[in-house]
Each structure stands twice: as structure tokens, then as C-alpha cells.
Design a protein around this ligand. Structure first.
Ligand code: ADP
Ligand code: MG
Length: 397
């Protein structure tokens, strides 16, 4: 995939109406409907401010929750419009519909320096179906499309990709940053390039493993998926997570790593428990000698130390997937050790994946990473080397 895409900086936005796809999918309090975390709104401000300062009129749009093609008043973008207006210190109008008569009238009347927010895109079933007529109507409001919702670029929806058939399309500042860090790491990583892969299932990470095997110098495996690898080598993994139908895949990954000279490391020790519970008593065993009635819930201290050493010598580190059940403090030490080693290293450090980003935040290392991707699923598909519809549709540099 070509990651070198035009951005808002490469085009003249002055006097233009800009359709800006944002990620305003914020969590709402179930009872009061209030926004409980405004990070995504705050993250959108630099692009909006850039556009306003350069003389554009901004028609922002986003989805919120899962209304599934129906108007659900509790999923209105009203609270977002209010907060956005306060943060920008402008009056952010909200259209009463997505692409209906009110949106059309308000968009037509919009002046440079003004902000309009369309209603929740997913109130219309045409959005997720990428309906061309709907995309055409949305596009008719504007002169330029700016894609800034990285979390949805792996979806071919009307507002993420469809509109680009009718408008020149460029990246916003958030998408630009994602392309530059994720794309840069895949295209010309500072070496040694170390990939840390964990999480629960091998089957979720097949594409990422295959893609990084052709690019990385070392792959460190942890988390629930490591037990399928250990088992494939004949180890005893007790009641740990096992994907019987991925044993052959795990073997073939290890063989390919060997022939391609990629260092592939597996845990040598594992922190185990009798049950999957926060208050289960942790006991450490060699990774290939886990007792039958116990399950591995974290990498052990010896593995954590070995992985930290590899990370320390890296030029680039990409991490996807926790090393253990970090949600339970007793089984978060391996994940914390890896995150700490990344934070302490001089390498370019990149985190992709929703749970990995949550782990880095929860464990307090987020500020010290080079880049934490805002797109869970999108960042995984990016690391798989897939063409993402919301990126592919943007103008090449
Ligand atoms: P990401 O969202 O970063 O791609 P995943 O969704 O693949 O990560 O994996 C995250 C989940 O993996 C976490 O909820 C974590 O509890 C789980 N996990 C990690 N190690 C284990 C393990 N040994 N056994 C069971 N679950 C695990
Ligand atoms: Mg996940």
C-alpha cells in the first residue's frame, strides 16, 4: 500500500467547504447521556483549527455508537456539537439530519470559519452500505474531503471512502500522523526492527504474523497465543489457551522465521493459575512444563527480562497484543515489563491494537511511546499490509 498521501497541508483549502470525517465516537454515560471521555474530540481539534485558520468552512461528520441505520435520539451528536463548540470557541451548529434537507440547507449557508456537524452518519443505513447515491449527496455539500478518522479507514463506508469518488480527498493531521509512523515503520524501519506480538488468539494475528515475518528482524511472542506455539514444539501447556487448528500454522511460522533468519522468541517461563480469575494465586513454571490443571496467564520474569533486553537494543519496536491477562494486576507484570522496556528505550516505539493501547495507558507508559495508534482494528489491518479503503482513496503525494 502507498502510505504517501496528500494532506490538508498539500492543498489550498481557502474559501473551500470541507467535508471532514472525524472520529467522534465517544463513550456516553448510559443514564445522563453525558460524554465520559472527550479524548477523541480533543484529538480532532488540530485539523479543524488548521482548516478554519486557512479560510475553510468545516462540515464535520462522524458515527456514534451502533444505531444500525435508524434514528436513535440517544445517539445524537448533540453533546458532541456542544462540546466541540466550547473547545473551538465557535458556534458549532448541528444539522437535524445526516444528508437531508436541513443538512443541505445549513451546508449551503455555511461561511468560511464556520463549523457544521452533520447528525450521526449511522442513522442512515446507506452509510455502512457505502451507497453511492448517499455518498454523492454528502459529497455535494463540499469541495474537498478530508479523512481524519483513522479508526474507520479499514471500512469502506460512504463517509470513509465512498465520497472520494466525487471529491478530491486528502488526509487530516491525525491520519497523516498514523500514516507517517505506521507506514514509516513498515517501509523503512530503523533496525533492528523488533515486533512484539501477543493477545489472546493466534487466529486474530495470522495476517500480522505473516506480514511482520517479512519485515522484522526479531519477533517476540507472548500472551495467550504463545501456548499454541509452545504446544506445536511438543511442550506441555496444561489448561492454557490452545488453538488446536492453528498448530500447523504456528509450526510453519517458526520454520519460515528460521529460513528467513528472523529471530523468533517464545516464552521460557509462564505465570500460571488454577483458574481464570483476578484473585487466583500466581505460580511460575517453565513454559513447556505447565501442570495439567493450570493455565498460563502471563509471561514469566525470565522471559520478561529476555524480551526487555531485545527491546533495549532495537531501532524500531512495534507492539501488538498484551503479554498476559493485564486486566488482572497479578498477571500484568509481563505486559508492564515489556511496556517499560519500550518506554525506556531509544527506539521508535509504536503500539497498535485497542487492548495494547489500553494496557499502555492503564500501566502508565503511554506518554513515553513514540506513537500509539488510535485505530484498533485499523492499525491491525495496517500492520497486515492490507490496502485500507479509507487510505487508498486519498490522493497520492
Ligand atoms: P489488541 O486489542 O491489542 O490487538 P488482543 O485483542 O489480541 O489485543 O488481546 C488482548 C486480550 O488478550 C486481553 O484481553 C488479554 O486479557 C488477553 N490475553 C493475553 N494473554 C492471555 C492469556 N495468557 N490467556 C488468556 N487471555 C490472554
Ligand atoms: Mg483487542
Amino acid at each position: 500500500m502507498n502510505y504517501h498521501k496528500k494532506t490538508v497541508r498539500d492543498v489550498d483549502v481557502s474559501g473551500k467547504k470541507v467535508l471532514l470525517r472525524c472520529d467522534f465516537n465517544v463513550p456516553l454515560d448510559k443514564e445522563t447521556g453525558a460524554i465520559t471521555d472527550e479524548k477523541r474530540i480533543v484529538a480532532s481539534l488540530p485539523t479543524i483549527q488548521y482548516l478554519l485558520e486557512h479560510g475553510a468552512a468545516v462540515i464535520a461528520c462522524s458515527h456514534l455508537g451502533r444505531p444500525k441505520g435508524q434514528v436513535k435520539p440517544e445517539l445524537s451528536l448533540k453533546p458532541v456539537a456542544e462540546r466541540l463548540g466550547q473547545l473551538l470557541n465557535v458556534d458549532a451548529q448541528l444539522a437535524a439530519d445526516v444528508a437531508g434537507p436541513d443538512a443541505a440547507a445549513k451546508a449551503a449557508a455555511l461561511q468560511s470559519g464556520q463549523v457544521l456537524l452533520l447528525e450521526n452518519l449511522r442513522f442512515q443505513p446507506e452509510e455502512e452500505k457505502n451507497d453511492p447515491e448517499f455518498a454523492k449527496t454528502l459529497a455535494s455539500f463540499a469541495d474537498l474531503f478530508v479523512s481524519d478518522a483513522f479508526g474507520t479507514v479499514h471500512r469502506a463506508h460512504a463517509s470513509t471512502a465512498g465520497v472520494a469518488a466525487y471529491l478530491p480527498a486528502v488526509a487530516g493531521l491525525l491520519v497523516e500522523k498514523e500514516l507517517s509512523f505506521l507506514g514509516g515503520a513498515l517501509e523503512e524501519p530503523k533496525r533492528p526492527f523488533v515486533a512484539i506480538l501477543g493477545g489472546s488468539k493466534v487466529s486474530d494475528k495470522i495476517g500480522v504474523l505473516e506480514s511482520l515475518l517479512t519485515k522484522a528482524d526479531a519477533i517476540l511472542i507472548g500472551g495467550g497465543m504463545s501456548y499454541t506455539f509452545t504446544k506445536a514444539l511438543g511442550g506441555k501447556i496444561g489448561a492454557s489457551l490452545l488453538e488446536e487448528d492453528r498448530l500447523d500454522f504456528a509450526k510453519s511460522i517458526m520454520e519460515q522465521a528460521e529460513t528467513q533468519g528472523v529471530q523468533l522468541l517464545l516464552p521460557t517461563d509462564s505465570v500460571c493459575a488454577h483458574e481464570f480469575a483476578a484473585d487466583a494465586a500466581p505460580e511460575t513454571f517453565p513454559a513447556s512444563e505447565i501442570p495439567e490443571d493450570m493455565m498460563g496467564l502471563d509471561i514469566g520474569p525470565e522471559t520478561a527480562k529476555r524480551y526487555a533486553d531485545v527491546i533495549q537494543g532495537a531501532g524500531t519496536v512495534i507492539w501488538n497484543g498484551p503479554m498476559g491477562v493485564f486486566e488482572f494486576p497479578a498477571f500484568a507484570k509481563g505486559t508492564a515489563a515489556v511496556a517499560e522496556a519500550m518506554a525506556a528505550s531509544n527506539a521508535v516505539t509504536i503500539i497498535g491494537g485497542g487492548d495494547s493501547a489500553a494496557a499502555a495507558n492503564q500501566l502508565g507508559f503511554a506518554d513515553r511511546m513514540t506513537h500509539i495508534s488510535t485505530g484498533g482494528g485499523a492499525s491491525l489491518e495496517f500492520l497486515e499490509g492490507k490496502a485500507l479503503p479509507g487510505v487508498a482513496c486519498l490522493l497520492d503525494k
